[in-house]
Design a protein around this ligand. Structure first.
Ligand code: SAH
Ligand code: CA
Length: 257
């Protein structure tokens, strides 16, 4: 990733070494909080991979050797998101944090022909890894990709009244320390009855680490963000909440007010 002049990416490089180390672990044990690797493999091989769209599979494989591959969504998780989108009859969505487009393509595939998703990522180079497969899947007409940090895009959307309550589904999967800021925007953008899904809210289980448990500083910091966020969701009367232990922890918030 050297040679890219995106300032966001230069900041990201500061944490890349830590993520690389974590990535090696994820490569062996998979992207699941399940403590039984064989069981997770069973789930993927029995229920998920046989139904995974060919172009999704392509993105997954194209991402596998990326040093930040651990950032891509889990196959079982995106399968669930697809079902949620269909149950919601979702036509309009937002994704905050695209990376190589694995969850984005899954979302686009689950939307109807005239469905739309605004996809935001600060690094277009990541998106371009998956773009050929998204094109091959015939999904680009549903996708409005914005290369930007997410908050300004959300604020710009909210500056137009027509966008209030206009979205059926929002997937939040970017910088974890901004989740509460994203929530304040997302809860206004999603319609009543719509769902906001937040990824990585159990942070490899570190949210439940004991105070004296040896834990890399990085994980301790992100676990703190997640804990603060999880507590805030439960106190927020505007949403119903469900904490899923799938993947790295997904929090579903259904807007009720
Ligand atoms: N949703 C993807 C994974 C996203 S990984 C999937 O499931 O496959 C997180 C992404 O968030 C990275 O691509 C990173 O570039 C992006 N990101 C991090 N901070 C951001 C910010 N402030 N604004 C926009 N994108 C950000
Ligand atoms: Ca994620």
């Amino acid at each position: 990733m050297e040679g890219l002049d995106n300032p966001f990416l230069q900041n990201l490089n500061a944490v890349v070494d830590i993520l690389k180390e974590k990535n090696e672990y994820v490569k062996v044990h998979g992207k699941s909080l399940l403590k039984n690797d064989a069981l997770y493999k069973y789930i993927l091989e029995t229920t998920v991979y046989p139904r995974e769209h060919e172009c999704l599979r392509e993105i997954r494989l194209a991402t596998e050797e990326h040093p930040l591959a651990l950032m891509a969504g889990s196959p079982d998780e995106v399968q669930l998101l697809q079902m949620l989108l269909k149950v919601l009859n979702a036509k309009s969505a937002i994704e905050i944090g695209v990376f190589t487009g694995y969850s984005l393509l899954a979302t686009a595939l689950a939307l109807p022909e005239d469905g739309k998703i605004i996809a935001i990522d600060a690094v277009r180079e990541f998106y371009e890894i998956g773009l050929p497969s998204i094109e091959k899947a015939g999904m680009t007409h549903k996708i409005d990709f914005r290369e930007s940090t997410a908050l300004p895009v959300l604020d710009q959307l909210l500056s137009e009244e027509k966008n209030e309550g206009a979205f059926d589904f929002i997937f939040v999967d970017a910088d974890k320390d901004n989740y509460l800021n994203y929530h304040e925007r997302a809860v206004k953008l999603v319609r009543i009855g719509g769902i906001i899904a937040y990824d990585n809210t159990l942070w490899s289980g570190a949210v439940a680490a004991l105070p004296d448990e040896p834990l890399p500083e990085f994980d301790r910091m992100f676990a703190e963000h997640a804990k603060k966020f999880n507590t805030a969701m439960v106190a927020d009367a505007r949403v119903e909440v469900s904490q899923l232990s799938i993947a790295d922890g997904v929090t579903l918030c259904r807007r009720v007010a």
